[in-house]
Design a protein around this ligand. Structure first.
Ligand SMILES: C[S@@+](CC[C@H](N)C(=O)[O-])C[C@H]1O[C@@H](n2cnc3c(N)ncnc32)[C@H](O)[C@@H]1O
Length: 268
């Protein structure tokens, strides 16, 4: 049975909304105001941090200090003689961040692991995943838009653990020379046949027992029925394709009519 947390469960790992209401894309970017004291604590997911200040946020430790990817806020915290830089991870800009704040129990993405990421766009979320997996891990990021792909490639120049792949995730065989077997497969392609795309990539690259996470935008799949019906159907499709879905999180308030489903592939 798939647990349904409907985006309202328990440990939200920080990132309270500001008193003036939720901060959307157009609002002020998250982050402590200049000089405000912040404390950074590890989140229960290794590689993710809770940045406590006037508002609590989540973030990742930057692999490329001094650089921003999407004008996200940076926070520097002294550690001995050096300063460690963390980047605030905005859940309005990232479904993985929204999934973490929604209280997902298992993420799978952790330091040292290999992640195949489908639907990388310009690399906003990929950059945080790269921070999490660190230099011992890798992110293979697939994006078919040439324009977004250019930004993705530029981001990857600063994060050498990212392999940008500007190609169509419907044809995973084309990138067989670039991608090894991976521990985690994530898909955010917003396509009607996204479960099939996930399965095609899993067949080639996801270890048996590896984890998957898929973001589902209901109206990309079927706008004629309630989102909850679309989510249930997608879960059934995933089961038919060899996945064992374990959790479903709806992504409100960060994304409307979106859910994330996570679980295991061909467990032994
Ligand atoms: C919702 S956006 C992804 C946002 C991104 N994951 C992030 O957090 O920044 C979906 C992306 O998937 C890409 N996409 C859609 N179909 C694809 C396919 N078949 N192969 C590769 N990329 C695809 C689109 O070009 C778009 O950039």
């Amino acid at each position: 049975m798939v647990k349904d947390f409907r985006g309202s469960r328990g440990d939200r790992g920080g990132f309270r909304r500001s008193r003036g209401g939720p901060r959307g894309r157009g609002g002020p970017r998250g982050g402590p105001r200049g000089g405000a004291k912040v404390i950074v604590e590890p989140h229960r997911f290794p590689g993710v941090y809770i940045i406590r200040g006037k508002e609590d946020m989540i973030g990742t430790r930057s692999l490329a200090p001094g650089e921003t990817v999407y004008q996200e806020k940076k926070v520097q915290v002294p550690e001995g003689d050096i300063k460690i830089e963390y980047r605030v991870w905005n859940p309005y800009r990232s479904k993985i961040a929204a999934t973490i704040l929604g209280g997902v129990e298992q993420l799978g993405i952790r330091p040292g692991c290999k992640v195949l990421y489908l639907g990388a766009a310009s690399g906003t979320t990929v950059s945080h995943v790269a921070d999490i997996v660190g230099l011992e891990g890798s992110v293979y990021a697939v994006e078919f838009s040439e324009r977004s792909g250019r930004d993705l490639v530029n981001m990857a120049k600063k994060r050498i653990n990212v392999v940008p792949i500007v190609d169509d995730a419907r044809h995973p065989i084309r990138y067989r020379m670039l991608v090894p077997m991976v521990d985690v497969l994530f898909a955010d392609v917003a396509q009607r046949d996204q479960a099939r795309i996930l399965a095609l990539n899993a067949q080639h690259y996801l270890k048996n027992g590896g984890r998957f996470l898929i973001s589902i935008k209901a109206n990309c799949i079927d706008s004629t029925v309630e989102p909850s019906v679309v989510f249930e159907r997608e879960i059934e499709t995933l089961k038919e394709l060899g996945f064992v879905p374990e959790e479903m999180i709806t992504l409100e308030p960060y994304e409307v009519d979106h859910a994330a489903v996570s679980g295991v592939y061909r467990p032994s």
